[in-house]
Design a binder for this molecule. Structure first.
Ligand code: ZN
Length: 52
């Protein structure tokens, strides 16, 4: 195991929430950037469904 991997393992055991999508530290389960992205994708999908 490299020193870098050890540091990463330590960080993952911290109590801080991390985004389940990008893995970055976030206040919620999903960080704002990913949440917006998912919302945008869901919105696009909905539009496609409504169109057809
Ligand atoms: Zn994220």
């Amino acid at each position: 195991m490299t020193e870098e991997e050890k540091t990463e393992e330590k960080a993952s055991t911290k109590k801080e929430h991390v985004c389940t999508v990008c893995g970055k530290v976030a206040d919620a389960t999903i960080c704002q950037a990913c949440e917006e992205k998912i919302r945008g994708e869901a919105f696009e999908k909905k539009r496609v469904i409504e169109k057809s």
